[in-house]
Design a protein around this ligand. Structure first.
Ligand SMILES: *Cc1c(COP(=O)(O)O)cnc(C)c1O
Length: 372
């Protein structure tokens, strides 16, 4: 059986190192807000080339705290893509802001800058305060255009980097372009813990201070709350595990890229749209996503052959039963989002995946199209 992703394989790859780290934390007697968190925050910031990193409890919290640190509050509008993890939108909604959703670009599946610009131009009465750019599947959103738009309209740009650890634009790591970058360390992400976790990064010392207060009850110092905060901390065990995994992030991404290359070469000539990589972009293939007319047919054929695929995401957020009523639609429609939702399919991809498994997936697809 070939799984879409396999976090246990990442444990087995370095089991002794993790077991040692686990034991070290357990014996330290310090399980929250200790030296492992400080070390990881420092190492992750330095890996990204950014000044500050604050470990939080999840990627959803990372987006939420980033928005609040940037001054977004109750009733404010926040623009993001309808084609994303529901977490991006739930983070906006939970803090009392209003999600305003727009379409994506057909080539990279990331937020359409034209739709964002048009929504900001026509939506003056909507009190729009921020744009959340999601680097979906590991490909950079169009940050050059989005930064320009954010500056023109005086709104905050926040990057949702939950699927893009180590991806770059013009040689710079994602997460450093906006006011804040939000990361998730959910186990299947490119950098994943063995539990929940997240982080917010920023260049700005004032934002860093706000994030640290929000992270823990609004505390300025212990037991003195300057504002209303959360309890959103990255624990010592997860921080220690992430610190063990960080040195292998680049090689893991490299493996994902070579698997993607095998797929793209192996699927050439079939009636399938394979992923593209924009100029100056380094895609880290959190997902390898193809598009085809008979998505369900292929999915079923692969499943029968023991190859498990996934669909990120089958239903756009503005059509989700729980969110439909809570969403404002931006300008320029949802043409691309709604069309691709029934065409996309995510093929198995993770660093420990064997070349033989990749070949099996390619052969399964070729067989489906009668090419083998
Ligand atoms: C995974 C993910 C999140 C949420 O992360 P959690 O750690 O599960 O809260 C947010 N945005 C995107 C794009 C994601 O893929």
């Amino acid at each position: 059986m070939i799984l879409p992703t396999d976090p246990k394989a990442s444990y087995l790859a370095q089991a002794q190192t993790f077991d040692r780290a686990f034991r070290e934390v357990m014996m330290s007697g310090l399980y929250i807000m200790g030296p492992k968190l400080r070390a990881f925050e420092e190492h992750f910031a330095s890996y990204l080339g950014v000044r500050h990193c604050v470990g939080v409890a999840s990627g959803t919290d990372a987006v939420q705290l980033a928005l609040r640190a940037c001054g977004v509050g109750e009733g404010d509008g926040v623009v993001t893509a309808a084609h994303t993890a529901v977490a991006t939108v739930s983070a906006i909604d939970w803090m009392g802001a209003r999600p305003i959703l727009v379409d994506i670009k057909e080539d990279t599946y990331t937020i359409s800058p034209e739709s964002v610009a048009e929504t900001l131009r026509r939506g003056q009465e909507r009190r729009i305060k921020a744009i959340v750019a999601v680097h979906l599947y590991g490909h950079p959103a169009d940050l050059t255009a989005l930064k320009h738009i954010a500056e023109e309209y005086g709104v905050a740009l926040i990057e949702d980097c939950a699927q893009a650890h180590g991806a770059t634009l013009g040689g710079r790591k994602l997460g450093v372009f906006g006011m804040c970058g939000a990361f998730s360390f959910y186990p299947t992400k490119n950098l994943g813990a063995f539990g929940d976790g997240g982080a917010v990064v920023t260049e700005d010392a004032v934002l860093d201070g706000k994030l640290r207060r929000l992270q823990q009850y609004g505390w300025r110092e212990r037991y003195i709350s300057d504002e209303i905060g959360y309890n959103s901390r990255l624990d010592e065990l997860q921080a220690a595990i992430l610190d063990c995994k960080l040195p292998t992030l680049d090689s893991g991404n490299e493996r994902r890229r070579s698997i993607a290359k095998l797929y793209t070469e192996g699927l050439a000539g079939l009636p399938i749209v394979t992923p593209t990589e924009g100029a100056g972009c380094r895609h880290v293939y959190h997902q390898y996503v193809i598009r085809l007319a008979d998505r369900e047919g292929l999915r079923h054929a692969l499943d029968t052959a023991g190859i498990k695929t996934s669909i990120l995401y089958p239903v756009p957020i503005h059509l989700q039963p729980g969110y439909r009523e809570r969403i404002t639609l931006g300008e320029e429609g949802m043409m691309v989002t709604e069309r691709i939702a029934s065409e996309i399919l995510c093929l198995p991809i993770y660093p420990e995946m064997s070349v033989r498994s990749v070949q099996q997936v390619i052969e399964g697809i070729q067989t489906f199209f009668g090419r083998k």
